[in-house]
Design a protein around this ligand. Sequence first.
Ligand SMILES: [Zn+2]
Length: 884
Amino acid sequence: MRKASWIFLLAIAVSCGTKKEKEEIIIVEEAIEESHHGHDHDEFDYDTYDEAESETPKKRPVYRETETILTDLIHTKLEVNFDWEKSRMNGVAWITAKPHFYASDSLILDAKGMDINSVSIGNKALSYTYENDFLKIDLGKTYTRDDKYTVMIDYVAKPEERTTSGSAAITSDKGLYFINPTGESKGKMPQIWTQGETEASSVWFPTIDSPNAKTTQEIFMTVNDKYATLSNGKLVSSKKLSNGDRIDHWKQELPHAPYLFMMAVGEFKVVKDSYKKPDGSAMDVFYYVEPEWEPYAKDIFGETPTMIKHFSELLGVDYPWDKYHQVVVRDYVSGAMENTGAVIFGDFVYKNDRELLDANDQSTIAHELFHHWFGDLVTCESWSNLPLNESFANYSQYLWDEYRYGLDEADLHAEEEADGYFQSAQMQGSHNLIWFDYDDKEQMFDGHSYNKGGRILHMLRNHLGDDAFFAGVKNYLEKNKFKPAEFHQLRLAFEEVSGQDLNWFFNQWFLGAGHPVMNFKHEVDTANNTVTVSVEQVQDLELSPIYRIPLVMAIYDENGKHEFMVTVDELEEKFSFPFTGSVKGIIYDDQFMLLGAINEEKSLEQYVYQYYHGERFYARRDGLMKGSKLRTDDGQKLVLDALSDDFWHIRELAAGRVKKLKGDFEDQAIAKLKDIVKNDPKSDVRQAALKTLAKELDDEELKPILVDRIENDRSYSVVSSALSAYVKLDPDKAVALAQGLEKERSSKMMFGISQIYAGFGDSTKYDFFTNALNGNIVQGFDKLGLMSSFTYYLTRMESEYMGKAIEVYADLAENGGFYMKMFAPQNLNYLLKDLETKKETEQSLMSGHEENNDHILMHASKKKIAMIDDLITRYTELVQQLEE
Ligand SMILES: [Zn+2]
């Protein structure tokens, strides 16, 4: 699963841009804060936990054990049809199973919130009890582990009629979702989809809803012929019925875990692609999208066949399943989900060709695909072992970037992943990667299982070397395929291949919490031509161990670069290396490998040297950012040179440093930026150049550059930035230019326009907001941003617009999906605050009128206050209603 995290929201809020939108940023930030407080019970507070532990001696610590296997599922056959009006599903399930080891006369299944109509075996009815979401079936006789049996269960799934919980990662656990089922809400395609992870599949079929269960599967779905269907495995047959319905039969012959079962139904267009298998045969790779996204489906998903090929080759285990289809759904409750051969994405991936220039979702596509080896083929046996799924999926994003875009791009993203982990650890506390004492299984879907785990695998790869790492991974996959696994099996697979005892690595990283905090410095002894590096580990030893860290250090002298392999494994250590001439540069972690907080002491001159001679992105980035603080020509020339760096992110950073330059360096850099803003191939760099030029150039020189970008740049983010800069120079013209862009069917662009209108649009723009909020162009988090723009816009409008807007918010909260519902009250409260302020202003005006005895104005003020009071009442009512 790929999370939709609050960190994403924060990033979006912060990227909102202009000063005018500060208010909106605050709204979103408050909302984020609120959401964290609101979910306190979901979050693990390590400090309190430790205290509680020490104050209650003799209590066994919590241990989340792996589910005991009483019964082996063998095959699951379902026949289903849907009641769209009632958001229910009628189902018949045939569960083939056998006792795992001990003979048994009963079968216990998870079945959440269903009506059970009957249970039978053969033609014989079986007695059963159905309580607390467990269906306990009396099989009527004792079966041994050599006996198979098939029970039939006739049931109704009622996902909307049970109370649900959920978490920040997976925002709901209804299992089966009916989206706009009666078609009431315009602009949203009616659809049905499922979300099983963690244990919600048992809302729509009775099963053993645990990750250590596996079963083959087939589903017969009866739908109206106008709908496309998707499920796991192959489409075996599709039969039209005389009543206008159709029965699609999907069958998966290889076993997988129940949480990976999936169905989707809707009037999707199916765009066909394929993957050529090593034996030359073609495997279907389809993209299910809404009709208007059909032209862009291959722009969005088109790298998939190349990814399947690359990962198959890298892992030495070919893609193991029948097909690989991907579908985009509305109101999805997470980011994306790796249902075997039938992956679901939230609508954030809908991007047109121009939007894809700014950002694509290949990381998410790679993540879900990689799960088809790590998660679907070999499955974590318990949620405590979730990093066996998510760490690999997370690391696939590095592997894909490395292959497709090069090491610099991969390293940049590796650093972002590390930052995500650091933030998550700071906000939610640290815990062991393999976490046996969580409060709630949903907590496992955090910055540890994903980001930290991915970085740990990267360290292991660095330590073992590529050949041993990938051979170890292959060994793990082959030994555990179609089975559940725990993390020891991963260690054993690497140990067998490499011949090394790896307990030290797994103990400190998989069974430990926190990360190393290290101080590096060095001293040069010119008399003896030695440089001595001192390393200190200063992490909190209550939480974390003293780490053993193999590192490659690089020393640069007159003869170039020298690499030294060292192993840090004490709290304080010194390593001495020889050099010739002088030490020009030193890089403590030359492979950019270590996950930890590093403090290092180096001279600014050494950073300048590091920019020009470092090999990995981070060495050159630090070289630029720190070396450019040197107040000499070298420090200035560095920025100028970095504007021509091969890696776009370095050019982007350099564009932001230009304002530090003086004299001739400044003139040259500005000239270079004028070229970059038009011609750099990467939109992020053009955008950075534009932002710097907007600060450095005078208005008359700037205006034509901005207009040129608004009219000619293909990137919506560059266009938005140009508009934001232009609005400060000439608001009226900026609004007119924004109006010209309304025709772009782009979520990002609509959001950009909304920011201009929020601060400067007049009352005629009201319809733009309501159309954009009700339409289906603006997707995902852009819609949250648009709602914030609308909120800010309303504070500038006459009261009648606030009156009209109430139903817009009510509708968004009702039909706009989870996030809109969650954030609507914050927006409403912001408006309420504004109304209170307006009321106070009017009241003080009124006292003035009273003193002046001006009855006409008094009357007008009174009327206005009454109107504001009315709005306050109505807005307050809506907030209360939504918060219930
Ligand atoms: Zn995942």
